[in-house]
Design a binder for this molecule. Structure first.
Ligand code: SF4
Length: 231
C-alpha cells in the first residue's frame, strides 16, 4: 500500500480543522481510567459515560467502594455493556488489585520509571501496553503515541505503516514508523490521540468508512487503493 504524502502533524491539524480542538480528557485518574476500560464491555462512549456516572453517584470510584458494593449495584452499572456479569468481576478484580498491591492509590505508580509503571498498570484487567501507555500519557508522565484501535486504524489506512499479524505488532510498528516525526510534548500527543480516535469513530469507521466526507481523502492510501482503483 502506498504511503500518504502528509506528515503526521499535517494529519492532526487537518483533523483539528474538521472536528475542532478536543477538550481535555474527562477521566485521567489512573484507577478511574482502569474502571472506565472495564465498566461496560463493547459499549460506546455515551453508554460508558452513563455507567461511569452511575458508579460515581451510587457506589463511589474508590477501590474500597467497589469492593463493598453489592452485586446488584454493580450489575446495574455494567448492564450498559454486553456480558455485564463479567464486567462486575473485572471491576472487583481491579479494585482488589488496587487495594492489595497499591494500598488503594495508584498515583505513586505514575512517579515510577515508565517501564516499571507500565508493568504495574498491566496487572489490571483489560490493561495491555496501549492502555497502560494511555494512562501515562493522559497524566503527562510519558510522551508516547498511545493509540487505541480507532486511531491506529486511521494511521494504517493513511499508509504510515502497514497492518501486521497481530494488533500488538501493528501498534509497535506504527510507533516506530512515526517516531522521527512525533511531537515531543504530552499535550500534543494527547491532542493527536483524541483527534485520531474521533476520526476513526465518526468517519474512518472499521466497516464502511465514509471517505466521501473525509478531508484526508486526497492523501489516503486506503482510499486510493480501494475506492479510486475500483471506481
Ligand atoms: S479517506 Fe476514508 S479510509 Fe482514508 S482516512 Fe478518510 S475515511 Fe479513512
Amino acid at each position: 500500500m502506498p504511503s500518504t504524502r502528509l506528515s503526521f502533524r499535517q494529519v492532526v491539524d487537518i483533523l483539528a480543522q474538521r472536528y475542532g480542538e478536543p477538550p481535555p480528557p474527562q477521566v485521567t485518574d489512573p484507577f478511574a481510567m482502569i474502571v472506565w476500560e472495564n465498566i461496560a464491555y463493547l459499549a460506546n462512549d455515551a453508554r460508558r459515560a452513563e455507567a461511569f456516572e452511575e458508579l460515581r453517584r451510587e457506589v463511589g470510584l474508590r477501590p474500597r467502594d467497589i469492593l463493598k458494593a453489592s452485586d446488584n449495584a454493580l450489575l446495574s452499572v455494567t448492564s450498559r455493556g454486553i456480558v455485564p456479569a463479567n464486567s462486575v468481576q473485572k471491576l472487583r478484580a481491579a479494585a482488589a488489585i488496587a487495594e492489595e498491591a497499591f494500598a488503594g492509590d495508584l498515583n505513586p505508580v505514575l512517579k515510577k520509571p515508565a517501564s516499571a509503571a507500565k508493568k504495574d498498570l498491566r496487572k489490571f484487567p483489560s490493561i495491555g501496553e496501549p492502555a497502560a501507555e494511555k494512562i501515562l500519557l493522559f497524566n503527562h508522565k510519558l510522551p508516547v503515541l498511545a493509540l487505541e484501535s480507532n486511531g491506529l486504524r486511521v494511521l494504517v489506512r493513511l499508509g504510515f505503516s502497514a497492518a501486521k499479524k497481530s494488533y500488538s505488532a501493528t501498534y509497535k510498528g506504527m510507533q516506530q514508523a512515526l517516531a522521527p516525526q512525533l511531537p515531543s510534548g504530552c499535550a500534543a500527543l494527547v491532542r493527536a490521540h483524541q483527534l485520531l480516535r474521533q476520526h476513526g469513530q465518526e468517519l474512518c469507521k472499521r466497516t464502511g468508512p465514509i471517505c466521501g466526507r473525509c478531508p484526508l481523502r486526497p492523501n489516503c492510501a486506503f482510499f486510493a487503493e480501494n475506492v479510486v482503483s475500483s471506481a
